[in-house]
Design a protein around this ligand. Sequence first.
Ligand SMILES: Nc1ncnc2c1ncn2[C@@H]1O[C@H](COP(=O)(O)OP(=O)(O)OP(=O)(O)O)[C@@H](O)[C@H]1O
Ligand SMILES: [Mg+2]
Length: 259
Amino acid sequence: MMEQLEARSLRYAQGGRQLIDTLDLALKPGEMVALIGPNGAGKSTLLRMLTGFVTPDSGECRLGDRPLAAWPRQQLAQRRAVMRQQNLVTFSLPAAGVVAMGRAPWPSAGAEAIVDEVMALTGCSELAGRDYRLLSGGEQQRVQLARVLAQLWRDGAPRGWLFLDEPTSALDLFWQQSTLRLLHRLSRQGDLGVCAVLHDLNLAALWADRILLLHQGRLVAQGSPQAVMTEATLTRWYQAELRVTAHHESGRPVIQLRA
Ligand SMILES: Nc1ncnc2c1ncn2[C@@H]1O[C@H](COP(=O)(O)OP(=O)(O)OP(=O)(O)O)[C@@H](O)[C@H]1O
Ligand SMILES: [Mg+2]
């Protein structure tokens, strides 16, 4: 079974600025969480902290019964995967090789079948033999998604905690929809928790179970999309002029910028 992931009283300062300010949160298996907030709010910093790449000045992140820092690196890598905002590959490697890198924490038996399966799921099968560096931005993003799914793959499904920093920023409409549907479906299977930074509030509103709104390192609102994505809340924290209406099928919020 999955261990719970929890953050308690996280604080973190850099260059004289409080980037994360007394932040608590708990992620639940089977749930898809969207982390939203303006540029510089601390979303990527928080993701790095929740995944153990940055140590808070005070407070802690716990996975199960232990702080993240107390987990052996390989065991942690088998339980949580991270797709960053930027992914540099500086040497020539076929896309399938990038996805196979996700299997590093696991014994090599069966890796090829898993790589094939996650590449099919993410629509990357045709890219398998192509040089990753020559792929388009959106193609690279899908390959990276396949890589993190491969990392968490165990007994026929991804299991653990999946952290994604703007996973759809380079995707066209078709792939935005496919990707969010896929993540939603995989999280519903119960052994996967997804936490994604999303700038596209309409995608977040349609597919997230819970929204966390970060502003200057603090969680200033959290709850269902309907609860968080109101005109008053979004206008206050983003300073943009916008309107919120209801999605025609789901009733979830639709955010429209004013011209
Ligand atoms: N090492 C550092 N030293 C000083 N400031 C930093 C450091 N790392 C990040 N920051 C600052 O912390 C703030 C939060 O950065 P972060 O990358 O977490 O924002 P973000 O919410 O992910 O923004 P974006 O939406 O633009 O990706 C920014 O103002 C950034 O300049
Ligand atoms: Mg960021």
